[in-house]
Design a binder for this molecule. Structure first.
Ligand SMILES: NC(=O)c1ccc[n+]([C@@H]2O[C@H](COP(=O)([O-])OP(=O)(O)OC[C@H]3O[C@@H](n4cnc5c(N)ncnc54)[C@H](O)[C@@H]3O)[C@@H](O)[C@H]2O)c1
Length: 369
């Protein structure tokens, strides 16, 4: 291939199937940026083991040198002869995958997120995931010490603000803190929530306890939506998330108080999405299956006081229906990342269920017939 020309190449068949299916476009602009040392060499003979090691080292150096040249899912390699070696094309392929992986890990570049209840558990896992993907995250939590330590652990792109979501002024301050610190708020994740410890029968329902759980799980989320909207509507953009639960989708999975609050979250998301869509703001929630965070373990300990955390976690996992996998905080964090990113740019008013199929499945049990 002569210098300065654009070429379209397919890879030799001897490379793996996934490699063969790739086609590369070399543009002059890209070619000019590649060091002369990447000139094409004649195809090397099958290398003995020691030579393979030397190639591995060169490949790493090559990847580092080429890393800044990738653009628009294409990259180029200068050719000074009419043949392209298989080794060079394989190197090109690896480089492309390397850059694609970098892009995959930066889905929230430049975004600012506020996550309530992120001192620990699902919220903390999500904060870490958002930061890995380029976001700045404000952790808003009622646990001051734990929240500050979490922010320290997550590094310079995390900060902490004390916030009790049942207090509207705290939510308002947290939103204002995010905007004054980072200039904007792109993602509001209303995740804070508590379990309830009330007698199981509705006849014995303690309405004072009910009001307390509602003030956090429902009123706290509504306040988060209200104040996020206050700063998002003027920008005509934003993403609001809430943590609901499978217990809000079906009866019988938790105490009435908790189930009622989580079903309210699913309802509020639909109601508010109907208004905020006119302002380019997406509103969604996530409904996880049971996860053995401190939240779930503390509640389980009330029912099974003799069992340790490991045994309780095992019970929670065994209650799932999807064999070979357990519901973990990272599953919710991945769902939140998806909904917060441009991958979900046309998704609003949705309840993303992370339950391994649990709420979609009910088996007929003929054993007793
Ligand atoms: N773990 C589960 O099995 C499960 C399943 C479905 C849904 N959820 C929901 O997921 C969310 C997170 O739960 P988790 O399992 O990570 O629990 P967690 O207890 O580990 O974390 C909850 C966080 O919320 C904070 N918080 C509690 N009350 C607050 C308040 N008034 N203001 C601000 N922060 C407050 C806590 O300090 C804590 O850091 C909750 O909304 C919960 O209802 C949990």
């Amino acid at each position: 291939m002569p210098h300065g020309q654009t070429a379209l190449l397919s890879l030799p068949k001897k490379l793996s199937q996934s490699v063969v299916s790739n086609i590369y476009i070399f543009s002059e602009q890209q070619l000019s940026a590649i060091p002369e040392s990447y000139s094409v060499q004649p195809p090397p003979p099958p290398p003995p083991t020691p030579r393979k090691k030397a190639q591995g080292k060169n490949l790493k150096q090559s990847l580092l040198s080429l890393a800044s040249l990738e653009e628009n899912n294409m990259f180029s390699i200068r050719s000074s002869s009419s043949s392209i070696s298989r080794a060079l094309l394989a190197r090109s392929f690896i480089m492309r995958e390397f850059c694609a992986a970098q892009r995959r890990e930066s889905k929230l570049e430049g975004k600012v997120a506020l996550i309530t209840g992120a001192a620990r558990g699902i919220g903390k896992e999500t904060a870490a995931k958002f930061i890995t993907n380029g976001a700045k995250v404000v952790i808003a939590d009622i646990r001051r010490d734990v929240g500050q330590e979490t922010a320290r652990q997550l590094g310079a792109n995390a900060s902490f603000v004390a916030c009790d979501v049942s207090q509207e002024s705290d939510i308002s301050n947290a939103v204002d803190y995010a905007v004054s610190t980072h200039g904007q708020l792109d993602i509001m994740y209303n995740n804070a929530g508590i379990a309830c410890r009330t007698p199981p029968s509705v006849v014995d329902l303690d309405l004072a306890a009910f009001d307390k759980v509602v003030s956090i799980n429902v009123r706290g989320a509504v306040a988060g939506i209200k104040h996020a909207s206050r700063v998002m509507i003027p920008r005509q953009a934003g993403c609001i998330l809430c943590t609901a639960s499978v217990t809000g989708m079906m009866g019988g999975l938790a105490q009435h108080t908790y189930s009622i609050t989580k079903s309210s979250v699913i309802g509020m998301v639909k109601s508010v999405a109907a208004e905020l869509c006119r302002h380019g703001i997406r509103v969604n929630c996530i409904s996880p299956f049971a996860i053995p965070t401190a939240f779930a373990l503390e509640e389980m300990q009330d029912y099974f006081p003799g069992l340790d955390a490991g045994a309780l976690a095992g019970m929670i996992h065994n209650a799932g229906v999807l064999r070979g996998a357990n519901c973990e905080p990272s599953d919710v964090a991945n769902a939140a990342l998806y909904l917060a990113s441009d991958d979900a740019k046309y998704i609003s008013g949705h309840n993303l269920v992370v339950d391994g199929g649990f709420t979609s499945i009910k088996s007929l049990n003929f054993a007793g017939t």
